[in-house]
Design a protein around this ligand. Structure first.
Ligand code: HPA
Length: 271
């Protein structure tokens, strides 16, 4: 695996001239942030050695390297989900490659179902912690000490300073409906039954989704600082659970995306 990471990282490094420490992972229906990047280079995943190719609708599968608000970034448009059938090493491979390239900060976005009764569709939830309910931990198996410790600390998975900065940015820019909360990561691809939403809320979750947690685990293992935002695209609130579809999730995500983009654009400047 180390060799595969190195090969992919070398391939990318040879094709970019700017040095960047900020990596961005764009979630379902949230690829528009990429348009704000003053692009130096786009690399389709299919061209990168050992890189998986993403399959889900709403993702186009490429790395975008350039400047966001003047700050060099490397963005992944399209991520790898466990529900697509990839194993956890594959789901998180790109994060390891980013680390090898020199990325120190990982910013992620996702679409999620809200379970906190105070939430509304379209609001942004800054993730302050997570509950990992995926059936497999990406760090299961032999530990590569070169990548990180056997038993990584997770006491501050989502960097407290980045969270503070994001709230400040939201306030300064009058972005409404920004809250914080705990993200429950599940394997999907089914959305939750009412009983599952209730269960996830009772164990402490504010929102639920099918991504982010594996990537953050691997990033923290490697010592990267993480920041993540969920766009609440549907509600799983007790007695108020409604039907939900992937199309609705994409639509709701796209509507709130400009607010999220603004936070990301300002945040990269303050890092
Ligand atoms: N559940 C799980 N994943 C999701 C949801 C949800 O309600 N909405 C968007 N992604």
């Amino acid at each position: 695996m180390l060799k595969k990471i190195e090969e992919a990282a070398e391939f990318i490094k040879q094709r970019i001239s700017v040095k960047t420490v900020i990596g961005i992972v764009l979630g379902t229906g949230l690829g528009n942030l990429a348009k704000e990047i003053d692009t130096e280079k786009e690399i389709p995943y299919a061209e990168i050695p050992n890189f998986p190719v993403s399959t889900v609708e709403g993702h186009s599968g490429k790395l975008i390297i350039g400047r966001l608000n003047g700050v060099p970034v490397l963005a992944m448009q399209g991520r790898f989900h466990y529900y697509e059938g990839y194993d956890m090493k594959t789901v998180t491979f790109a994060v390891r490659v980013m680390h090898k390239i020199g990325i120190e900060y990982l910013l992620l976005s996702n679409a999620a179902g809200g379970m906190n009764p105070a939430f509304h569709i379209g609001e942004l939830m800054i993730i302050n912690d997570h509950i990992n309910l995926f059936p497999e931990n990406p760090l299961r198996g032999k530990n590569f000490d070169e990548l990180g410790p056997r038993f990584p600390d997770m006491s501050e998975a989502y960097d407290v300073n980045l969270r503070k900065l994001a709230f400040q940015i939201a306030k300064e820019n009058n972005i409404p409906n920004v809250s914080e909360g705990i993200y429950v990561g599940t394997q999907g691809p089914t959305f939750e039954t009412p009983a599952e939403y209730r269960f996830f809320h009772r164990i402490g979750g504010d929102a639920v989704g099918m991504s982010t947690v594996p990537e953050v685990i691997v990033a923290r293992h490697a010592g990267m600082k993480c920041f993540a935002i969920s766009i609440i695209t549907d509600l799983g609130i007790e007695n108020k659970v409604e039907k939900v579809s992937h199309e609705e999730v994409q639509l709701a995500a796209a509507k709130s995306e400009p607010m999220m983009t603004l936070i990301f654009k300002e945040l990269v400047k303050k890092i």
